[in-house]
Design a binder for this molecule. Structure first.
Ligand code: SF4
Length: 94
């Protein structure tokens, strides 16, 4: 059975993205003096994880295990709003 090129391309891209995300979950960058995550080449860009400055339902950065108060994130670069959200949201353990 032959897989169409477009499907193979999509599967390859999805696998690459999943691998990159898994690698990032294992890396914990340092903190800058202001408490935010230090800039890191291994962090993802906001646009790559559909970051938004508003919560998604009950999900928000302030309740995500990747959030670094007051305005950082272990896996996403830049200033992060505690009321923001992205595709990598993981709830903190209760
Ligand atoms: S929701 Fe996304 S941007 Fe916000 S803290 Fe979690 S991983 Fe970082």
């Amino acid at each position: 059975m032959r897989i169409p090129m477009s499907r193979r391309h999509i599967l390859t891209a999805a696998t690459t993205f999943a691998g990159a995300v898994a690698s990032l979950m294992l890396v914990e960058p340092g903190r800058a003096d202001d408490g935010s995550a230090a800039a890191s080449n291994s962090q993802l860009k906001k646009q790559d994880v559909a970051y938004q400055d508003q919560p998604k339902g009950e999900q928000r950065c302030g309740t995500c295990k990747n959030f670094l108060a007051p305005s950082g994130c272990r896996v996403v670069s830049g200033s992060i709003n505690a009321n923001g959200w992205c595709l990598l949201f993981k709830p903190k353990a209760a």
